[in-house]
Write a protein that binds this ligand. Structure first.
Ligand SMILES: C[S@@+](CC[C@H](N)C(=O)[O-])C[C@H]1O[C@@H](n2cnc3c(N)ncnc32)[C@H](O)[C@@H]1O
Length: 269
């Protein structure tokens, strides 16, 4: 099932906006260090399903501030390269890896998921958490995941999924980069992976993790508003109202079962 595109925005504008949002202090205030539902517990699940271990070469696409890449290297002993569109996130991730003492296992570089700056067959596993749904050309990103994996390597995506039409509050650029506006049915993600040449696809639902994240974000938005009324925090007022409307619409969609979170694993055929 395909639904209407929420809005038409040039692809590079979507990517830059997404990078700007997730490098901002606001993202950290509302989401903490790990920018996806389920946090590092779900990252660990992804690593187990991908059978990561010492000696494995892993690419984390859209690695954000490096939290998952650092965690995977520590937990599984694998080597991880993180790539992100945002130069500021890459710089922060490099610092975080040095501080965590894993700079020998983890590195980061700037790049676009739709045009990965790596040679063919370089990695044993590709992970991409809570970012695939923001890529304007999802089919191209799936083909890139396939290209940079060795034959028999695995991809693990975790992302928002949608059933049915998005309400108007979730058809904005902000909603798109908040992973809400262009979330698609899980079958559509699976279709992109299979069209790119992936096989043995499996899906796990983790909708409850999304519900928890949305509740957390709504609570933080309310406390940010309160702090601002007390004069203790400067807020971009228009954005706060929009963010509150968006979070309310997301909470309703999660309750109604039209927004969810899924983990997809597949093997490079
Ligand atoms: C919701 S955050 C997820 C970050 C990280 N994967 C995590 O789970 O903590 C989305 C990330 O995708 C990055 N991003 C957006 N479009 C991208 C693209 N085309 N290529 C690479 N990174 C991209 C953003 O800069 C941001 O860091």
């Amino acid at each position: 099932m395909t639904q209407n595109k929420p809005l038409t925005v040039p692809a590079e504008e979507v990517k830059s906006c997404c990078a700007n949002v997730y490098e901002s202090d606001w993202a950290r205030l509302l989401l903490g260090d790990s920018f996806h539902p389920g946090g590092l517990a779900l990252t660990e699940r992804l690593g187990e399903l991908l059978r990561l271990g010492p000696g494995k070469r892993v690419l984390d696409v859209a690695a954000g501030k490096g939290t998952s890449a650092i965690f995977l290297a520590r937990r599984f002993g694998c080597k991880v390269v993180g790539v992100d569109y945002s130069g500021r996130n890459v710089a922060e991730a490099v610092r975080a890896a040095e501080e965590a003492g894993v700079a020998g296992l983890v590195s980061f570089q700037q790049g676009d998921a739709e045009r990965l700056p790596f040679e063919d067959g370089k990695f044993d596993a590709v992970v991409c958490e809570c970012a695939y749904c923001t890529f304007p050309d999802k089919a191209a990103a799936a083909r890139e995941f396939h290209r940079v994996l060795r034959p028999g390597g695995s991809v693990g995506l975790s992302d928002l999924t949608r059933a049915g039409e998005a309400p108007p509050e979730l058809r904005t650029l902000l909603a798109w980069v908040a992973c809400l506006g262009d979330a698609r049915p899980v079958e559509e993600y699976a279709g992109h992976l299979e069209a790119a040449g992936f096989i043995h696809l499996s899906v796990e639902a983790h909708d409850e993790d999304l519900g928890e994240m949305v509740r957390g974000v709504r609570a933080k938005l309310l406390s940010a508003e309160l702090m601002s009324k007390l004069g203790k925090l400067m807020l971009p007022v228009g954005n706060l109202d929009q963010a509150k409307q968006m979070a309310r619409a997301a909470a309703t969609a999660v309750e109604q079962g039209s927004l969810g979170y899924a983990l997809l694993i597949a093997v490079r055929g």
